[in-house]
Ligand binder design. Structure first.
Ligand code: FAD
Length: 470
């Protein structure tokens, strides 16, 4: 009887424990992607990017003589049951995910299928270190990154698996939906065509990205990773997010670079472990995705009204603070934002504008093609001061001195801000192709004055912090 290989955020064929196990079982394999209420509930850019990724996976499977069966339904359990009925499959395999909604769904599906006599089996692959396997000496979980790094850095990391050489097909294929009919890009209420050239789609593009970073980027990574005007980082988050590449593959490449004496390799390995740490936190404290991790922060007087004009100015990249505006526009055009930019815009929103981090996190969820439930939640709470291992609230980034330090020549600001330039950068102009007309912005406008200046925002934030009643 066939095995249903249920693909989710693991859109690759190599280094795929679940898929390899299915192919090695000596039974027909039916690859399937289910568009259910969780994938339907994604933000605009992540949903659109997921749709592209699913299409690329379908192409790779077709090249190997297999197929990707596409099915849609509110509840993935009903969809899988129906497919089991149609195909006579006795097994369903998938790769584990860790965000609370998916965990709840998968647990329910696993126990329902097992009760019905179906083998339902989940595999690793998304993380190097399963969150429950890393423990402090007293048996708890880690709340601070450095001890977490020290705990895992010497661990054996499995060597990546090869792409299975043979995928046995079933005697007959079940019907499949048409991907275009799902309209996964519909909610991208801006020019997806502006973002599309920045996408590196699918498994082989991800491998090339890793290869070129190892050849050209990793040596200088330690120094260059903080300079948003340079291509100093790997950009692999887009592919890691959808499992088009695995952390195992990145880790082993990083280790080889370290052995070759490439200076930035260790820093790169440490960043991969930040991702693992984010998942470790989300597994042990799932509330990190929706509520203040330090619950006393519930009493902080955040602005929680997303309609406020200063929130809109932030979203539109019209705060009058160059670092903030450049980064917000970069995200709108490329679907990504440099890490330094993420820290600055998050600090400005939560501290200078005293706005709840959740509003920022939700905007990122709508705009990022590398959206990741764990890293996004951790990044926002780290920035806001409400999370574990966070910057203390009183440490307020000054977006102007940050610009002097990390964008000395204003390459980044000039790449993304057109106003005030006689010959704006082509990317700065692309922003105006992407935004809705009713935002009422034009490259010919004067660049706005700060809505809240670096100094005023800082003292206002500190005052609110000092007057807090916790
Ligand atoms: P590189 O510098 O090349 O690093 C390699 C890999 O290490 C990354 O691909 C990523 O998987 C991991 N990594 C690096 N920095 C971090 C970090 N701070 N936290 C967790 N993992 C890290 N990352 C996402 O992938 N998705 C998100 O939705 C996301 N939201 C964020 C929100 C905020 C407010 C902040 C401050 C950070 C957020 N990050 C997020 C983390 C980080 O900014 C990105 O992972 C990084 O910019 C990705 O670029 P890169 O692939 O070139 O990274």
């Amino acid at each position: 009887s066939p095995i249903l290989m249920w693909f989710r955020r693991d859109l690759r064929l190599s280094d795929h424990p679940a898929f390899s196990a299915a192919c090695e079982a000596g039974r027909p394999v039916i690859p399937v992607f289910v568009h259910d209420k969780l994938s339907d509930g994604l933000g605009a850019a992540p949903k659109w990017r997921l749709g592209l990724g699913v299409g690329a996976l379908a192409d790779s499977l077709a090249e190997k003589g297999s197929r990707l069966i596409l099915r849609r339904g509110e509840d993935a359990l009903d969809v899988l049951r129906k497919l089991i009925g149609e195909t006579g499959a006795q097994s369903v395999y998938w790769t584990r995910l860790y965000d609370p909604d998916t965990v709840e769904r998968d647990k329910r599906i696993k126990s329902a299928l097992q009760d019905e006599g179906i083998e339902a089996k989940s595999f690793g692959g998304h993380l190097m270190f399963e969150p429950w396997t890393v423990e402090t000496k007293t048996g708890g979980f880690y709340k601070v990154y450095t001890p977490f790094w020290n705990a895992v850095k010497g661990n054996e990391v499995d060597a990546p698996l090869k792409t299975p050489s043979k995928i046995a097909a079933p005697d007959s294929w079940p019907d499949s939906d048409d991907l275009d009919g799902w309209e996964m890009g519909k909610a991208m209420n801006r020019g997806a065509e502006v973002v599309r050239p920045f996408v590196q789609l699918g498994e082989s593009a991800a491998q090339s990205r890793l290869g070129s970073f190892m050849a050209h980027g990793v040596a200088g990574y330690k120094e260059n990773r903080d300079i948003p005007g340079m291509e100093g980082t790997s950009n692999l988050s887009e592919n890691l997010s959808l499992g088009e590449i695995t952390p195992f593959q990145c880790w082993h490449a990083g280790q080889r670079a370290r052995e070759e004496g490439k200076a930035g390799a260790e820093t790169f390995l440490k960043e991969l472990v930040w991702r693992e740490f984010a998942y470790h936190l989300m597994h042990h404290t799932p509330r990190i995705v929706s509520g203040n991790w330090r619950e006393e922060w519930d009493a902080f007087p955040w602005n929680e009204d997303a309609r406020k004009s200063e929130v809109w100015d932030w979203k539109k990249g019209r705060t009058g603070i160059r670092f903030v505006d450049a980064a917000m526009r970069e995200m709108y055009v490329t679907g990504r934002m440099h890490n330094r930019g993420r820290m600055i815009v998050a600090s400005y929103l939560t501290k200078h504008l005293l706005t709840h981090w959740r509003i920022g996190k939700e905007w990122f969820e709508d705009c990022l093609i590398d959206w990741d439930p764990a890293s996004n939640a951790m990044g926002w709470q780290w920035s806001a001061g409400s999370g574990p291992d966070a910057t203390p609230y009183f440490r307020v980034f000054n977006p102007e001195t940050q610009l002097d330090k990390f964008d000395k020549n204003r390459d980044y600001a000039a790449r993304w801000i057109a106003e005030g330039h006689r010959k704006p950068h082509k990317d700065a102009l692309k922003y105006f192709d992407a935004i809705p007309r009713h935002w009422g912005m034009s490259p010919d406008d004067p660049y706005p004055k700060p809505i809240v200046s670096a100094d005023k925002g800082r003292s206002r934030a500190l005052e609110a912090y000092e007057n807090r009643d916790f």
